[in-house]
Design a protein around this ligand. Structure first.
Ligand SMILES: Cc1cc2nc3c(=O)[nH]c(=O)nc-3n(C[C@H](O)[C@H](O)[C@H](O)COP(=O)(O)OP(=O)(O)OC[C@H]3O[C@@H](n4cnc5c(N)ncnc54)[C@H](O)[C@@H]3O)c2cc1C
Ligand code: SF4
Length: 326
């Protein structure tokens, strides 16, 4: 049986106390719903001695609010389950509600939070294993080792971003609010992730993601989410993607396509501006699939044939775009 290491759990009662606890205890990690960090702790992936539990921040960080401007604000401690069921989210951001309903299984969705999902550690078939398993392979760059088993000679970990809400929120131009002992900052989600599987966000050790803000315009965009996985429940994505389209009659006014579960950072497909003005039809959907195929190269970081995942990608994009157009 895998057991938790010896840890001290700190239980702040406010965001201010939480970031102060992170500052005062170097190496401390945030515990939200615990659905990902607890298994990882049991795998021996972190050397931390302190966990800063966010449960006591629920009254501060668990909300779905609409601003006067029409922007939607989601607190980081909203559970995945409540976002999947929220009438506001379903009506305004159906792709996000859909993504939430496809995360893990019912118990994990009730425990798991939006903040934990966006800050989810990257995953790799060579690292989400017991310590014994990893030691037999000689470890890897992500923890305790010096090599990467995915990219021969690679100097950077390419473990996969595997969070299902990220591509949707990227495609919808969401932003995040981050709080530290020194104050707060906001940034577009597209600037939040970095291409480093060891730590794939810009969060400093004493920073907390507290809120996600989705612009009012997102609710008017045609949108859809899709996820490839081996089983229709529980499984992490083998690929996930989201498309958001602004239409002007039959024409495309703007389009965003985000694809993830490839490498450490969810990817926004580049260079789609020339498709603005195109009729939103099957040819357009096919073209988006072609471009995604060109730009995305799945790796062996997920234990499912990367060539097959790449072949499936344009099919998944085409179907998702057609579903979004309706
Ligand atoms: C069997 C299984 C299947 C799963 N399937 C899926 C799936 O299909 N799709 C998917 O997306 N996820 C999946 N997950 C992962 C996980 O359940 C969800 O991503 C969940 O939303 C994580 O939220 P949490 O609150 O439990 O995060 P935690 O485990 O508490 O934290 C995750 C990480 O985020 C950090 N963190 C948490 N909150 C914050 C914050 N507010 N600010 C800064 N850092 C923070 C933690 O320090 C930790 O590093 C699965 C997990 C399991 C065990
Ligand atoms: S991508 Fe490479 S370094 Fe990163 S976890 Fe996988 S094997 Fe380890």
């Amino acid at each position: 049986m895998m057991t938790l290491p010896d840890l001290t759990v700190l239980r702040p009662a406010s965001v201010a106390e939480a970031v102060e606890a992170l500052r005062a205890n170097p190496g401390a990690r945030v515990l939200a719903g615990g659905t990902d960090i607890v298994p990882n702790l049991k795998y021996g992936m972190y050397d931390t001695q302190h966990l800063v539990a966010l449960r006591g921040l629920s009254s501060e960080l668990r909300y779905v609010r609409e601003d006067r401007s029409g922007d939607l604000r989601l607190g980081a401690m909203c559970s995945i389950d409540e976002l999947g069921r929220s009438e506001v989210v379903k009506a305004r951001l159906p792709a996000l509600a859909d993504a939430c309903r496809q995360i893990a299984g019912p118990q994990l969705r009730r425990m798991g939070t939006l903040g934990g999902n966006l800050c989810l550690d990257t995953r790799c078939v060579y690292v989400n294993q017991s310590h014994f398993w990893r030691s037999a392979l000689g470890y890897c760059l992500k923890k305790d080792g010096t090599v990467c088993h995915v990219v021969a000679g690679g100097k950077r970990c390419v473990a996969a971003a595997s969070n299902d809400t990220a591509p949707v929120l990227l495609a919808l131009d969401a932003g995040v609010k981050i709080v530290s002992p020194g104050g707060e900052r906001t940034m577009p989600l597209r600037d939040f992730y970095v291409a480093d599987g060891l730590h794939n966000t810009v969060l400093a050790p004493d920073e907390l993601l507290t809120e996600v803000r989705i612009p009012a315009a997102a609710a008017t965009r045609k949108q859809a989410f899709a996820k490839l996985r081996m089983r229709a429940a529980i499984d992490f994505p083998a690929l996930n993607l989201a498309v958001a389209l602004e239409l002007d009659g039959p024409s495309v006014k703007s389009v965003s396509l985000a694809v993830s579960a490839l490498a450490a950072r969810p990817a926004l497909i580049k260079g789609l501006q020339d498709l603005h003005g195109h009729t939103a039809d099957a040819i357009f959907a096919e073209e988006l699939g072609r471009r995604a195929h060109k730009q995305c190269r799945p790796l062996t970081n997920i234990g499912i044939d990367p060539e097959w995942r790449r072949d499936v990608l344009p099919v998944l994009v085409r179907r998702t775009v057609l579903r979004a157009i309706g």
